[in-house]
Design a protein. Structure first.
Length: 172
């Protein structure tokens, strides 16, 4: 598993019960890799939790997002790339809007204007891109932006839209 990090980084080796563990310092957070995989020290579980930011607008699981979209209480935006949409499909009821588009924020504002009373939830593959983008959009002044933290494929936050057996469209 490769991880690219920018910023303060220290790396070391520690011995624990006769086995070698690699220790990675990311700022003040220690992440250890060993026989059981990645474990964040200090109460964090998983490299996912160590690298995923808190979301300013809030998070919700995939099943809650599905219920709210089906009840017309929320707008769901699939921010992944077109090849990802083709590979897995998109959540039923989601608007497909590639986050790499130059006009992404303008287009999202247009979508939000069609139903200003409804929050917008973002979904990606595993919740990392959607969490970061939700924070950026909130910082840019958009309100009601949520993150489907487990994404389509699952993460430490949950099994994901597909594994939950929630409806999808546009696969293949």
């Amino acid at each position: 598993m490769g991880v690219a990090l920018i910023g303060h980084l220290r790396y070391g080796i520690a011995m624990q019960h006769g086995s070698t563990r690699r220790i990675l310092m990311i700022g003040g957070l220690t992440v250890a890799a060993g026989a059981l995989g990645w474990v964040g020290m200090g109460g964090q579980t998983g490299l996912y939790a160590a690298l995923t930011p808190d979301v300013a607008g809030g998070v919700l699981p995939a099943d809650a997002a599905h219920r709210q979209v089906a009840a017309d209480e929320m707008i769901l935006v699939d921010i992944r790339r077109p090849e990802e949409w083709r590979a897995t499909g998109s959540p039923e009821g989601a608007v497909q809007l590639d986050m790499r588009r130059a006009d992404f924020t303008d287009r999202l504002r247009e979508i939000q204007a069609t139903a200003p009373d409804r929050p917008i939830a973002l979904i990606c593959a595993r919740g990392v891109r959607s969490a970061r983008l939700a924070n950026q959009l909130t910082a840019a002044g958009l309100t009601g932006i949520l993150d489907v933290s487990e994404g389509m494929l699952g993460s430490a936050a949950g099994p994901g839209w597909i594994a939950r057996g929630l409806p999808i469209y546009g696969r293949g």
